[in-house]
Design a protein around this ligand. Structure first.
Ligand code: PEP
Length: 266
């Protein structure tokens, strides 16, 4: 079975409303060409909260429209939670999916495993799809703990899912912390090895690892995207820095479309 390939852009705390709208428009305009008729690739963009409304008109549900993502989501439905933005607010802003557990949130904003699990559940309950980020720090990889760290993050986020929530709406992105924004990419072998471990864990947890798109993130650029996809286990990317430029983001989408077409032809 061929899995959907996702190319998602995480704009982080960059771009005010107008530049966000311009970038979204450039991506939306270039997408039909970059997809080149490929039906196996979907794209999403995650601007900052305050630019969601300026970006939303350039997004949509269609095959050749970028999905609108949020970079985070509050863990509560509503109430006295100063500064938080809940799932219903994001839905109202036309957001389709929320990123949870990004390593920058884990490192700088106290998003520990339990909070990530709570955000994930709140997002699903509120009607959003979820991109769950997991990944080890450099010292954990150097100590040979990378697989255990990632599996424990996955397990904390997904094991206690309430039965009414659909785990099929969660896409996992493996993002080794040492590769994010550093220019250092995991090798295709390192990323594939981790993806295979994640699939094994998902299978053991009854979450259909084989059917799921698993993404990689960490210094993905137009010139390394094809090589990462060719490794076989990687079904797309969460892209930070290279998603801030329409041309590089679209070039990554083109690599993904070429890969999808050649996999379908096999
Ligand atoms: C990210 O922020 O999720 C990311 C992978 O960033 P970069 O592509 O810049 O490494």
């Amino acid at each position: 079975m061929s899995r959907t390939i996702w190319v998602l852009g995480n704009w982080k705390q960059n771009l005010l409303r107008e530049p966000s709208a311009s970038l979204a428009k450039a991506i939306a305009d270039g997408l039909p060409d970059a997809l080149g008729g490929s039906s196996g690739v979907r794209v999403g963009i995650a601007p900052t909260y305050l630019a969601l409304d300026s970006v939303a008109p350039h997004t949509g549900d269609g095959r050749a429209a970028p999905r609108l993502l949020a970079q985070d989501v509050g863990a509560q439905e509503a109430g006295a939670f100063t500064g938080e933005v809940g799932p219903a607010m994001l839905r109202e802003a036309r957001v389709q999916a929320a990123i949870v557990g990004h390593s920058e949130r884990r490192a700088h904003f106290g998003d520990h495993d339990q909070l990530v699990a709570a955000k994930l559940q709140a997002a699903l309950a509120g009607g959003l799809d979820v991109v769950l980020c997991v990944g080890e720090r450099l010292e954990q990889r150097d100590a040979g703990e990378h697989e255990a760290v990632v599996i424990s993050q996955l397990s904390a986020a997904l094991s206690g899912l309430a039965p009414e929530l659909d785990p099929g709406r969660v896409t996992v992105a493996y993002e080794p912390v040492w590769a994010i924004g550093t220019g250092r990419t995991a090798s295709p072998a390192q990323a594939s090895e981790m993806h295979a471990a994640i699939r094994r864990w998902l299978d053991t947890a009854g979450l259909q690892g084989a059917d799921r798109s698993l993404l990689y993130g960490g210094s993905v650029k137009p010139d390394n995207a094809a090589e990462l996809l060719a490794a076989g286990e990687i079904d797309g990317f969460l892209v930070g820095g290279a998603s801030l430029d329409a041309r590089s983001f679209l070039d990554i989408v083109t690599s993904a479309s070429n890969h999808a077409r050649s996999s379908q032809a096999r």
